[in-house]
Design a binder for this molecule. Sequence first.
Ligand SMILES: Nc1ncnc2c1ncn2[C@@H]1O[C@H](COP(=O)(O)OP(=O)(O)O)[C@@H](O)[C@H]1O
Ligand SMILES: Cc1ncc(C[n+]2csc(CCOP(=O)(O)OP(=O)(O)O)c2C)c(N)n1
Ligand SMILES: [Mg+2]
Length: 347
Amino acid sequence: MTERDLIEQIRNLACEKGEGLVQGIGDDCAVVAKDRQNVWLLTMDTLIESVHFDCSWHPPYLLGRKAVSVNVSDIAAMGGQPVFALLSLGLPADFTPEWATELSRGINDACRQYGCLLIGGDTVCSPEKVSLTLTLIGEIEKDRVLYRHGACPGDTIWVSGSLGYAAAGLDCFRSGKVVGGNVEMPTGYPSALEPCIRAHLNPEARVDLASSLARTGCVHAMMDLSDGLATDLSHLCRQSRVGARIEAEKLPGREGLAPAASLLNKKRRDGTIVDWMIAGGEDYELLFTADPKDSQAILAVAAGQGLRVSPVGTIRTGQGVSLRQETARGDEDQHISFQGFDHFARN
Ligand SMILES: Nc1ncnc2c1ncn2[C@@H]1O[C@H](COP(=O)(O)OP(=O)(O)O)[C@@H](O)[C@H]1O
Ligand SMILES: Cc1ncc(C[n+]2csc(CCOP(=O)(O)OP(=O)(O)O)c2C)c(N)n1
Ligand SMILES: [Mg+2]
């Protein structure tokens, strides 16, 4: 049973209607009525040692920041602003006070940066592994919420920033050719790798960009990218009852992945780079769709914040996600639906 099947089963058994509930299981956040104009956004994500991070290379300060950023990213994905956070912390009995202090400092700095308050949580001993679970509560005007459903055939598919950097950074650490540790930001690797190392250790949630996009009224559907474009676009398409085609040469950030591919002596260099971009996961960028007539407005919003947004493909009728790529044999269309990260993909 895959992670997706398991969540589907949980969703089918859950009661989907309740007073004040606008959106239950299935989007980046649950949406609950707050007052006449506004809604609460609620989300929770866990980071588990050996699954989401490795203490031998992840500095505790940056781990604390990442735990906040990946959760805030789900609030951003709906267009909202984070307000409150609750932290559940599981630590092995032999944790060092210095490590815990750095972790707390990272959590606090990130909460301050995103403008949310840590208001509670829970602390327990965990048999072996560190676990960090955050619950984030955000808010937004009811009419501005951006859901995963809403994409229309003919829409342009957009992504913010670059894709695949976190996956490339992770592979650099896994190879042992880049080492991290307890310092705030590891050094001692070629500077060309820095964007990938940073993307893995210390991703940024796109709160301001997302909220500006929501205010344009142009965006039809939005979510954040945590499991890779191949899987996350498949979720967006399934919920919008449409299909999609991505153009490989339009995927943003390819140039920044080349140094990591070189370091790792990847034989299928282009293949590795495309895999990182569509299936690596942990991009924490925004994925959204809009009518092509609104492209200039979207580019202007991003430019106003000094951020890149790129059109990467088109929403179509039908179902499934495909990737068009130029090969020696000419243009090829490959099915990539749900080919990103799944916690139980091998089950
Ligand atoms: N164990 C669970 N119980 C109830 N809802 C869950 C559970 N796991 C995931 N969900 C819900 O399923 C949806 C998809 O989850 P997930 O893929 O983790 O989303 P995201 O990538 O935004 O964190 C979300 O709405 C989430 O709240
Ligand atoms: C030690 C280590 N191994 C593997 C990964 C890669 N990885 C772990 S979880 C994940 C996907 C995103 O995590 P998930 O828990 O699915 O987040 P969500 O989609 O719920 O936001 C990836 C790419 C990592 N970051 N660190
Ligand atoms: Mg999740």
